[in-house]
Design a binder for this molecule. Structure first.
Ligand code: NAD
Length: 499
């Protein structure tokens, strides 16, 4: 069986802990590799080596660091198919979706090609007699990225590109479910010119994560994953004096006003609800039509679209709409939630529990599931299902739909479908959610904006990528300088001294 490695000081290194976890092919349910789980000693050793390498990297001027990003971007493009295949192999998502995963990460690398501009400080000339002030952004040192299974290329790239471009070294701890893409990305960035040790990929589980959180050399932790773990990591990192930004789970609502184009709304809900098997933190999992007429129309339009969805392994071709979920445990949990929804009184319009695919009976598939008449007290509403399950909650007014969205503890993304500009504007202005779509179901901001949720979808400060990432991965130093030759006796500025 394939044994996955760590990537330390520019080379693939076997784990020494003797502890492994299995990496599955989610489409067949078979184990396809084992990944080592690092010990505290292995983690501490990787961090110490990164600290040595970081000194020279920080002293490399920003333009040279940006050139590494340029070559890295080119290599990602050249290896797009290989990276996408690796994503699909371990995650199970379709190849077009996997290419999108790589592409959204690449776009952040592209922004990091402009790192010198992002790292510039500010300057005030003559802030007092002969006094100038200037600020500079300096790297933090060694930082960590801890990433989830659902975007094996995109999120590691969101973490590593700005951190490295800003002059830090990074310990990347990818998801143990999909570790291989990060290892290939590490190879590619080395080929692009990153010095050895500046990016260390260390595989592991809670033991490795806790070692990061307790290591004094680690200055900042960028985490993406589920809310309970995000909250735990934020607390422990902060208690140890580290900077931390921890992005968590989601329950994204889409409001459909009676004046919306119902065909477009239904298309959007099918793509955003079932794409990637619902395993996206920006997936729409709750449809909130306003008025009974809109709700009935939506169900009528959703059902035939859902019935046409093709579910299968990524190897079955590009017309597959979505693949399996990540593990048997995830499949069982989703099935259990579907059962609970039916038992708690929701109308099960389409039931994904019966799904079976010839030749893939042991794969972790869940068929597309649609619930109507869901209420906020039901588990299917309260839990982040993270599967191909769409719940419709009927509301009587725009204010009710807005209140429902705002009362939800999560605040990652949301959307509204309407033909009315006033309603759309009001929604965007008032809703307490970090990313808002207007007639746009998955409003992931472009890479030169920033990405981040509110409420229980994010702990800590600043967003991911864009200008915020450079703020997160640097600290500001401000210098106040006085040169006496510019000051006349009496304290006034001597303009003649400038001749
Ligand atoms: P997860 O929380 O199980 O794992 C994320 C990371 O934390 C992994 O690297 C894992 O090894 C580590 N981890 C897991 N349990 C741990 C523990 N007890 N102690 C320390 N570390 C631990 O998340 P996942 O299942 O891999 O990913 C899915 C979740 O991520 C969903 O909730 C999804 O909404 C969320 N997500 C959020 C965003 C965002 O930007 N807000 C983006 C993508 C995914």
């Amino acid at each position: 069986m394939e044994e996955i490695t760590h990537f330390i000081n520019g080379a693939h290194v076997k784990g020494t802990s003797g502890r492994f976890t299995e990496v599955f092919n989610p489409a067949t349910g078979e184990v396809q590799a084992k990944v080592p789980l690092a010990t505290v000693e292995e983690m501490n050793d990787a961090i110490a080596k990164a600290a040595e390498a970081q000194i020279k990297w920080a002293a490399t001027n920003p333009q040279r660091r940006a050139r590494v990003m340029m070559k890295f971007g080119a290599l990602i493009n050249e290896n797009m198919d290989k990276l996408a295949e690796l994503v699909s192999r371990e995650h199970g998502k379709t190849l077009p979706d996997a290419r999108g995963d790589v592409q959204r990460g690449l776009e952040v690398v592209e922004v990091c090609m402009g790192a010198p501009h992002m790292l510039k400080g500010e300057y005030t000339d003559d802030g007092g007699p002969g006094i100038d002030l200037y600020s500079m952004r300096q790297p933090l040192g060694v930082v960590a990225g801890i990433t989830p299974f659902n975007f094996p290329a995109m999120i590691p790239l969101w973490k590593m590109a700005p951190a490295l471009a800003a002059g830090n070294a990074m310990i990347l701890k990818p998801s143990e479910r999909c570790p291989s893409t990060s290892l290939l990305l590490a190879e590619l960035i080395m080929e692009a010119g990153l010095p050895e040790g500046v990016l260390q990929v260390v595989n592991g589980d809670k033991e490795a994560v806790d070692a990061i959180l307790d290591n004094e050399t680690i200055q900042a932790v960028g985490f993406v994953g589920s809310t309970p773990i995000a909250q735990y990591i934020y607390g422990r990192a902060a208690a140890n004096g580290k900077r931390a930004q921890c992005f968590g789970g989601a329950k994204n609502h889409m409001i459909i006003m009676p004046d919306a184009d119902m065909d477009k709304a239904a298309d959007a809900l099918v793509g955003a609800g079932f794409g990637a098997a619902g395993e996206r933190c920006m997936a729409i999992s709750v449809a909130v039509p306003v008025g009974q007429e809109a709700a009935d129309a939506l169900i009528e339009k959703l059902v035939p679209r859902i019935d046409k969805l093709k579910v299968g392994p990524y190897t079955a071709g590009d017309d597959v709409d979505y693949g399996p979920v990540i593990t048997k445990a995830a499949q069982d949990r989703i099935m259990g939630l579907i059962t609970s929804g039916a038992e708690q009184g929701a109308t099960l319009v389409r039931d994904g529990r019966d799904f079976s695919l010839q030749g893939y009976e042991n794969g972790f598939f869940v068929g597309p599931t649609l619930f109507d008449n869901v209420t906020p007290d039901m588990d299917i509403y309260k839990e982040e299902i993270f599967g191909p399950v769409l719940s419709q909650v009927r509301t009587d007014s725009y204010e009710d739909a807005l209140k429902l969205t705002m009362d939800n503890p999560y605040g990652n993304g949301t959307a509204i479908y309407t033909a009315d500009g006033d309603t759309a504007r009001d929604f965007a202005h008032r809703v307490n959610v970090g990313m808002v779509g207007i007639n746009f179901p998955i409003p992931v901001p472009l890479s030169y904006f920033t990405f981040g949720g509110w409420k229980k979808s994010a702990f800590g400060d600043l967003n991911q990528y864009g200008p915020d990432a450079f703020r997160f991965y640097t600290k500001t130093k401000t210098v106040t300088a006085r040169w006496f030759s510019g000051i006349k006796e009496g304290g006034e500025f001597n303009f003649k001294a400038m001749d």
